[in-house]
Write a protein that binds this ligand. Sequence first.
Ligand code: FE2
Ligand code: FE2
Length: 247
Amino acid sequence: MLSKRSAIQASRQLSSSRVALEGSKKKARSKAHEYIPENVEYGSLSKAQKAFLDRVVRVDQAGELGANYIYMGQYAVLSTKFPHLKPVLQHMWDQEIHHHDTFNKLQHERRVRPSLLTPLWKIGAIGIGAGTALISKEAAMACTVAVETVIGGHYNQQLRVLMNQFNIPIYDKETKRMLTPEEITKEIETSPELADLKSTISTFRDDELEHLDTAVEHDADKAVPYMLLTETIKLICRGAIWTAERI
Ligand SMILES: [Fe+2]
Ligand SMILES: [Fe+2]
């Protein structure tokens, strides 16, 4: 009789402690979902990650400066000769000015030194823009196709690195405890700094691909000699990217 009572008691205790355990598990689970950007802080970036970000800002600033000057050159030559192209060129140029301004700002904020070859990028870009426009309006559009193909690919490459190689520790802001992988939700997995940079790059990448489409719509492929022009300009762009990342 006694043993039956104690068995019932034990069973009640067990089930109440199971309920308590379930409750605390539920609490822990809901706590895992409680983390929002406001109650976490991010560990610092490694030296290599910082160096990569500096390179990104330096080369992208130089690239957007180049794009700004290419469109400046195209616009100077084509806008009076072909008035119907004026709004098309102006729209793309305006976007490049915005891209250039954004990376100028980032460069100041992050104190990244600009590429030492900035004067060369300006002269080269205006030369390519005006030079191709002087050949023909189709050659100018072929130049846009080449430039935007390379820049679009370059931005995609940067995004891939930012997505795969930038895992940094995340801490509970109050307790300073490092969060477990289960506690890291989509909302908090990227620091605001990185999230901003990623969103800037992907927005600009989309703009560049839109410029590419615009150039195709405006007969880039009718440029003569199309392959020679685009392949040469692609080569120049890749060389400029390689150099601006380093010098
Ligand atoms: Fe751009
Ligand atoms: Fe562009």
